[in-house]
Design a protein around this ligand. Sequence first.
Ligand code: MAN
Length: 332
Amino acid sequence: MRVECLLNPGVFRFNGQTCLLLRVAERPEQKPGWTTFPIFSKEGKLKVLEFENSDPKLDRTDPRVLRYDGVDYLSTLSHLRLVVSGDGVNFKPNGVPPIFGRGELEAYGIEDCRVTQIDSTYYLTFTEVSGHGVGVGMRSTSDWKEITAHGMIFPPHNKDCAIFDSKIGGSYFALHRPSSPTLGGNYIWLAESPDLIHWGNHRCLARSRPGLWDSARVGAGAAPIRTPAGWLEIYHGADHNNRYCLGAMLLDLEQPWKILARSVEPIMEPTADYEQNGFFGKVVFTNGHFVDGDTLTLYYGASDSVICGAKFSIQEILHSLKPQRSPQCSAA
Ligand code: MAN
């Protein structure tokens, strides 16, 4: 296998170190004229599929997704790998075995893991991809040695799930992103749970906004950051040209289904060469950060190819937000 993309890391602190749970996307070396990619078989074995590029049944319009004879596949297979760092800049592996997709619902891999620490347990929520659809899986661990699988917690089509790191009014809350091809769209929703496994009381929280940088899709980044002003959520938004930027929204501390304020302009846009050109260009995408006082250290995937880091002042982000006219699920 060849690593095509190293992207979209989940971020957490463990034993005084900064840890990134990288998404590693692989496929075999591509032979001229052929498209070759791996999947896991039902028995959990790696299987390589190969199609001739000249085959009229093959659609390669989106470099991330392939369609053959009406069936969708991913062009790469992703798994997760842990690297650690004392300074947040220089990372090395720490011996934790890679985390691979397993079972029928993860046959095309696992992607974009958010890591939320609640007490001493880390909850991993990630995209599970297979021919059955794209949903959200959860695993948990307290020592990064034994990892417990909890199955799919949000069924297809759903991704971008970030669990809040503390209860609100006795319940757990999570942001997630169901998608509808007809009515509705790619909006951020809020769900509530008594036990982190069973989710209900679903509410539409934030919609894409016509004419703005987040006009086509929006999706949560990592766990919201608790500030005295409210829960600050960094999220991604894309327009109809698939240009991905980052913005922020502020949710009420006690009633997180109410948006108090939201970015009108992005807080980060793909501007550097490595953010504009790569496996899938014009993308900055985040699902991990850590907070130290007013400093938010954000890690993000650029052009779905490389991982970058950036520091923000939380106060500056808060000051940049504009009050939301209508607090619930509006495109205003
Ligand atoms: C989707 C996901 C992400 C990816 C972006 C940009 O949201 O596949 O993993 O980073 O698209 O391509």
